[in-house]
Ligand binder design. Structure first.
Ligand code: GLN
Ligand code: ZN
Length: 765
């Protein structure tokens, strides 16, 4: 017998109901009772949808008003002092949103308290709020949500399994604040609280609790491994059954540790790490439940049910009643319901599965073990076989011309004609820029007029001619302002782009789009990634007309603006039938053609943004070299089709470069612009240990804030940079694109930035 369960369901709602309710609440258009009502309805409908799909044990605790890690911080009373009103009081919903978004500064207590830091949840595009621990951190049960939701589900007649982040993963995700202490020292205090929580859940009639410990798939320091044994030895007294859930990778050297913890069950991710299956089967103690994550919780492709059922049947022989089946990880990372899609063609639709459909897949897999001859099982397996066959043979996916071109790539295609030293000499001669050249990262403020024009054009309410004129007028505006400001390298402003990935995806062959495939990114923010369905190619030039038009308006150098292959890949739902490396190469060839076309149109600088380069890094260090190898190669492939005189820029908006600086250098962009201002040039540490060979623009001001930086601030930052990087290799630019800003603050900041560059030319040279 196999039991179908789920690790977590997306909370945002098939119509993004939670997003809408949250935003209405924040604007004061919905009161707290109304917001809570929306939450209750969403939970009820999500439990029902999972039950209807055939899930036997439903998750509780996967709902969050903003973020599940934040909910845990409230539950444990990990509320930094700046959010306590009055000090020591229990948190409220207001506290939760203050921690998530910052206190607004209008009230007397927490005015101006800055939000908690946000960072990526493992290697997903979901962001969580980083817990802040102090050395004297106390933990106290401070938030009743989990218990209330368990009662709520029980009242609806559901069999549930509360989900809680494990104590070690929770500590790992947090940050120690203040004088040096090791957050692992907090473990014993925290365990007392887990014990209390488990005891309460048991009194509520809970049989199983799911304890998420995804850090077991990371390279863990020895003291953390030791702490695992200690922690679960203490927690084993709690009177309910515990399933430890691991996901996003394989347990590898932590496998023995995870298998032998004194708990009642273990969940493993067999989508990301199928190779761990036989070893787990051998090493799992005979009393334990094993939950197999066989349906991918992080992508949109329908599961190959026959393949999964084979594994499951094999496991059933060994495990009998102790076998469970689930998605690989929480379905938080998957869109909600494929049935909502009304514009997909039937073929593509048959290839996909969103959260609701993934629950159905899990249920049918369990049934394939329990009642192998049941007609619905046979039908589902037959359908899945047909889907796999149709994809394997579809001309929509497999394009011989693209494959042949990829196969013909030669090493020389990823090399510029000359080394940087020769290139830069020719570029300097041709571009004729001053020292400390000033530029921006590409986008200018996306005003509502721009968004309306784009929308109207998409809906057919604006003709191509009128739309083109509207965009041209934006470009003229942006060019005039840049000229008046005295910037050296101009951009066209990206008014025509909704999003730096979608804009290109829409013009490439091989991509598809959903209407409702939203996934939570953080809080109320959702993204709707494009789908890479088949081999990718570029039927027509994508940006050339806009950039050519912009260049025609000015004698200054106009920089062409593209999104790089790694970022295109990371921010899309990728294929699983070919490697990421192959998809990156296909994207690289398409972008390479665009770079070459821009050069032919007279564009002398082309920037290829790789915002997601670092976030593509695998969770395990052992997998880094392979990733970095193909990712840098893909970048070089798109950058190397041009003459030495054409200057290639890249842009990355984050500052943790220490780990990857050599690969960044290996990308061999002539100029890189990066984020540094928020970390006060901290990143330049990386440049202390490693002599970055090419030109670099360390972002001199933070575009995420409306604050206008002073000239002196920027001069200071650059003076600091000039201590590490020769002045003749420094550029002056903001740390990211300006699309989220308004024009007045943008102009004010750029006036100061240009003035800062002039001061530097006068003082540092
Ligand atoms: N060129 C893009 C812009 O300016 C870069 C965005 C990014 O790096 N996230 O908006
Ligand atoms: Zn950026």
């Amino acid at each position: 017998m196999a039991l179908a369960h789920n690790l977590g369901f997306p909370r945002i709602g098939a119509d993004r109901e939670l997003k809408k309710a949250l935003e209405a609440f924040w604007k004061g258009e919905l009161d707290e009772a109304g917001l809570r009502q929306v939450g209750r309805e969403l939970r009820a409908s999500h439990w029902q949808a999972q039950k209807d799909a055939g899930i036997e044990l439903l998750p509780v605790g996967d709902f969050a008003w903003y973020d599940q890690v934040l909910t845990h911080s409230l539950t444990f009373g990990v509320v930094p002092q700046r959010f306590q009103r009055p000090e020591g009081a229990k948190p409220t919903l207001q506290t939760l949103f203050d921690m998530a978004r910052g206190a607004n500064g209008t009230d007397d207590c927490c005015g101006g308290a800055h939000a908690q830091e946000m960072t990526k949840w493992f290697d997903t595009n979901y962001h969580y709020l980083v817990p802040e621990f102090s050395a004297d951190q106390q933990f106290a049960l401070s938030w009743e949500q989990l218990f209330e939701e368990v009662d709520e589900a029980h009242a609806l007649g559901h069999a549930v399994k509360p989900v809680i982040i494990g104590p070690l993963t929770y500590l790992w995700l947090g940050k120690s604040k203040g004088a040096g202490f090791d957050k692992l020292e907090l473990l014993d205090r925290l365990l007392a609280l887990y014990d209390e929580i488990f005891n309460r859940l048991a009194t509520q009639g809970v049989e199983w609790v799911q304890i998420d410990e995804p850090i077991l798939v990371l390279d863990l320091p020895q003291d953390w491994k030791n702490a695992y044994e200690r922690a679960y030895n203490i927690l084993q007294r709690a009177p309910l059954k515990k399933l430890i859930a691991t996901y996003f990778g394989g347990l590898e050297e932590n496998l023995g540790l995870a298998a032998n913890l004194p708990v009642d069950g273990l969940h493993i991710d067999l989508v990301r790490a199928p190779e761990q299956y036989p070893t787990i089967l051998d090493r799992l103690p005979a009393y334990k439940v094993l939950s197999l994550g066989l349906v991918n919780g992080r992508n949109i492709w329908a599961c190959d049910l026959e393949k999964a059922a084979d594994v499951l049947r094999h496991a059933a022989e060994r495990l009998g009643e102790r076998l469970w089946v689930a998605p690989s990880c929480s379905l938080l990372h998957s869109p909600v319901d494929l049935a909502r899609e009304d514009k997909l063609d039937a073929e593509l639709q048959s290839w996909l599965a969103f959260a609701v459909q993934k629950c159905q897949e899990v249920a049918v897999l369990a049934k394939a073990v329990n009642q192998p001859e049941a007609p619905d099982v046979l039908a589902a397996l037959a359908r899945s076989r047909a889907v796999q066959a149709s994809r394997a043979a579809s001309p929509r996916i497999h394009k011989p011309a693209v494959q042949a071109r990829v196969a013909a790539i030669k090493p020389a295609d990823s090399q510029r004609n000359s080394a940087f030293a020769q290139r830069i000499a020719k570029q300097r001669a041709g571009l004729n820029l001053p020292a400390f050249p000033t530029t921006t990262i590409g986008s200018f403020p996306q005003t509502s007029a721009i968004r309306l024009a784009r929308q109207a054009f998409k809906q057919g309410k604006l003709t191509l001619g009128d739309y083109t004129e509207a965009m041209h007028s934006e470009i003229r505006h942006a060019v005039k302002i840049q000229q008046d400001l005295g910037l050296d390298v101009l951009v066209h402003g990206e008014a025509e782009r909704n999003d730096m990935v979608e804009y290109f995806a829409e013009q490439l062959d091989g991509y598809a789009f959903t209407r409702f495939g939203w996934v939570q990114s953080y809080g109320s923010r959702c993204v709707k990634p494009a789908l890479i369905v088949g081999d990718l190619s570029r039927p027509n030039a994508m940006t050339v007309e806009w950039i050519r038009y912009a260049q025609g308006l000015t004698d200054k150098v106009m920089k062409g603006m593209l999104t790089g292959p790694v970022t295109m890949l990371m921010w899309s739902f990728a294929r699983e039938d070919v490697s990421r490396e192959v998809q990156a190469r296909q994207l690289a060839l398409a972008i390479r053609d665009e770079v070459v076309d821009l050069e032919a149109a007279g564009i002398r600088i082309v920037q290829i943004d790789e915002a997601a380069f670092r976030e593509g890094l695998p969770l395990r260090r052992s997998a880094w070299p392979a990733y970095l190898e193909w990712a840098t190669e893909a970048f070089r492939l798109c950058a190397s089709g041009v003459r030495d005189e054409t200057q290639i820029h890249t842009h990355m908006c984050y500052s943790e470069f220490n780990d990857v600086i050599e690969s960044i250098a290996a990308m061999d962009a002539d100029v890189i612009t990066i984020e540094t201002s928020r970390s006060d040039m901290e990143l330049l540490e990386a440049f202390e240990k490693f002599d970055y060979p090419n030109e670099i623009g360390p972002g001199v001001y933070d575009i995420h804030s409306p604050r206008v930086p002073s000239k002196d601030d920027m001069v200071k930052l650059l003076t600091k940079a000039a201590q590490r990087i020769p002045a003749e290799r420094l550029w002056v630019n903001p740390d990211c694109g300006l699309k989220t800003r308004a024009w007045p603050e943008t102009e004010a900041a750029l006036v100061n930035m240009v003035a800062a560059a002039r001061t530097l030319r006068a003082t540092l040279l």
